[in-house]
Write a protein of this length. Structure first.
Length: 369
């Protein structure tokens, strides 16, 4: 902590874990081609925007929202095809649900386990809720198996640490790959606590654990609508058995999903096919971008089932800055985790944005050579 001296009152008052934390950093993106945050680049068709504008104009924002969000939840239940006996719990983004889960199981000494590198909020939330954290390293050392689960080591860590909560991002962020379903199943079976399969990127992936909910009593599936075109609404959900959700519901702050997000998300889900078509386009463009990146000798690109691609270069920070100078903002992962040294992550944008990114990348790499 640079701004707090050892003698300052904050230092005496705050928990050491909080003093040691670095806030989640969001860079200023104004003026850039924004390919840093896994957003859907597409706007909605004008007719649908008009329909939403009309609904928003007459929304009762002087009233608190429906606390149970009954209508929105019903739409989510039917769109996701939840098995019998399952329900959903809504969060102000899935980040909020990670925090809620950590608070629910955080008995003294309880452990949250995930793999590394993965979504940084698992570790961060474990830290600030005072949980123990175990990060099992992924393995990268064998030719085709990149950033794959080390199943024996993961199972051994589960046996040793008896985690109350396991998070597996499926597909994983920032590596983009989908772990083998049978390995995930073995982790669920071996876990004494809850296992949350985080399907933030489900719209771009080839598999889901929602159909498995009925099979595993300790499984919850978490999704967000952020990557599907609603990042600005802040809406995520946890799907699982009503027995779990009834308990977790007690920790949800009243009215955590506002009138406008409920209303707009509800409208968008009535037109779910529009968003899914956009996701299909993003998948096609991901394939194209993957092969274009693969054609550059100085780039190693990793396979992805998400709406972004991870790639490695000789000097990630110089490439990141070169891209920024050329008006393109991506994510520099170098320095975050040893396995991600010289790694960059680019979100798949619209065709023209991807072309601009590729041109800027080629120019930067040529200049640096
Ligand atoms: N899980 C994963 C794996 C993510 O990558 C993200 C966003 N980066 C989230 C959860 C959180 O998404 P949100 O809070 O926008 O719902």
């Amino acid at each position: 902590m640079s701004s707090i001296s050892a003698s300052s009152p904050a230092c005496a008052l705050l928990r050491q874990e909080v003093l040691d934390l670095h806030a989640y950093h969001v860079p200023d993106s104004s003026g850039y081609i924004k390919l840093d945050a896994m957003e859907n680049p597409y706007l909605l068709p004008p007719a649908l925007r008009g329909e939403i504008a009309e609904a928003v104009a007459s929304a009762a924002i002087n009233r608190y929202p429906d606390p149970g969000a009954a209508s929105l939840k019903e739409k989510i239940r039917s769109l996701t095809g939840l098995p019998q006996g399952m329900d959903v719990l809504l969060g102000n983004g899935s980040d909020e649900l990670i925090q809620l889960l950590a608070m629910a199981v955080n008995k003294p000494g309880a452990t949250l386990l995930s793999v590394e590198p993965s979504f940084v909020m698992y570790r961060m939330i474990a830290t600030f809720t005072g949980m123990r954290y175990t990060g099992v390293p992924l393995v990268t050392n064998s030719g085709t198996e990149i950033f794959s689960l080390d199943l024996p080591v993961t199972l051994a860590a589960i046996k040793r640490d008896q985690p109350a909560l396991v998070f597996l991002a499926y597909p994983n962020n920032p590596t983009g790959n989908l772990f083998p379903a049978d390995a995930v199943a073995q982790i669920i079976e071996a876990s004494p606590g809850l296992v949350v399969v985080d399907e933030a990127y489900y719209a771009f992936a080839s598999n889901s654990f929602i159909p498995q909910l009925a099979r595993y009593p300790n499984l919850l599936v978490m999704r967000t609508f952020s990557k599907l075109g609603m990042a600005g609404l802040r809406l995520g959900f946890l799907a699982g058995s009503t027995a779990w959700l009834e308990q977790l519901e007690k920790l949800r702050l009243p009215y955590n999903v506002g009138v406008l997000p409920q209303l707009v998300a509800g409208k968008l889900l009535e037109h779910h096919e529009v968003l899914l078509r956009q996701a299909e386009q993003i998948k096609l463009d991901r394939t194209k971008l993957y092969s274009q990146l693969g054609e550059i000798a100085a780039v190693r690109v990793y396979p992805s089932e998400a709406n972004f691609l991870l790639f490695r270069v000789a000097n990630a920070t110089a490439v990141f800055e070169g891209l920024k100078q050329r008006g393109v903002l991506i994510k520099n992962l170098s320095g975050g985790h040893p396995m991600l040294n010289d790694c960059l992550r680019v979100t798949v944008g619209m065709h023209a944005e991807n072309e601009k990114f590729m041109a800027a990348l080629r120019e930067t790499i040529t200049q640096l050579a």
